[in-house]
Design a protein around this ligand. Structure first.
Ligand SMILES: Nc1ncnc2c1ncn2[C@@H]1O[C@H](COP(=O)(O)OP(=O)(O)OP(=O)(O)O)[C@@H](O)[C@H]1O
Length: 220
């Protein structure tokens, strides 16, 4: 999956929300988008999901420009884990099964990170249901919009575990709110005001990029 000199503005009279954005996510690897609020992370994820088409440049999946793929095909290829998970007044099993109504019980259980019961679910449990839904679709590409709401350490560890399992064998783009997932990504793309400031593994950016260090210090 690749972004090639992508530009996007939400309206003709607004400035570019992202500009000159170029990066690639090799198959089975994880790229995390980092940056302050408003830097353009969510916009990039939305362009990948084809909620909008770029104003300029090209987003590709498997070499194909996104705009040449039918939306139904894009939905088969990409599963999104949103920040907010909408749950229906159904069992956890049926809430997960909404992602693919013909799934067997075994498939639902395989996708489910754990089998808690109860109607009052914590933020972490809701996120794990969202991850299970994404897994059940069988899509090879994941877009994870990391939840901003703070979780206790135990829930965060469980969500991290579920995310890591989900990412195994999949190509993943994370909208990262620092710092937890940035360390686990293969590559971090640091955005500022819609432009890429630097791209590289977390450790390398930490060593060479003052803007990245500032972002992490603020998030700590
Ligand atoms: N629907 C919209 N209409 C107009 N402008 C928008 C819209 N969504 C985002 N923007 C603008 O686009 C720019 C990039 O926003 P974006 O949401 O991609 O940032 P972000 O890095 O995801 O921020 P956050 O961490 O707060 O989610 C910002 O200037 C924002 O105000």
């Amino acid at each position: 999956m690749a972004f090639e000199d992508v530009h996007f503005r939400y309206a003709p009279d607004l400035p570019d929300a992202v500009s000159h954005v170029t990066f690639m996510v090799p198959a089975d690897s994880t790229v995390a988008l980092a940056g302050h609020s408003g830097a353009g992370k969510t916009t990039c994820a939305s362009l990948l999901l084809r909620h909008w088409d770029p104003t300029g440049g090209t987003v590709r999946i498997g070499g194909h420009p996104l705009r040449t793929l039918p939306l139904t095909r894009i939905r088969q290829l990409i599963a999104a884990v949103p920040q907010e998970t909408y749950l229906f007044n159904l069992s956890i099993r049926d809430n997960i099964r909404l992602a693919r109504p013909d799934a067997t019980d075994t498939e639902v259980e395989d996708a489910a990170p754990a089998g808690e019961r109860g109607t009052h679910l914590s933020g972490g449990q809701r996120q794990r249901i969202a991850i299970a839904r994404a897994l059940l679709t069988g899509a090879p590409i994941l877009v994870l919009d990391e939840a901003v709401s703070s979780l206790d350490a135990e829930s965060e560890a469980e969500v991290d575990r579920a995310m890591r399992t989900a990412r195994t064998g999949r190509t993943t783009l994370i909208v990262a709110h620092p710092p937890s997932t940035l360390r686990t990504a293969d590559t971090v793309v640091l955005l500022e005001e819609g432009r890429i400031v630097d791209t590289g593994p977390h450790d390398k950016l930490l060593a060479r990029c003052p803007a990245y260090r500032r972002l992490l210090n603020e998030g700590a």
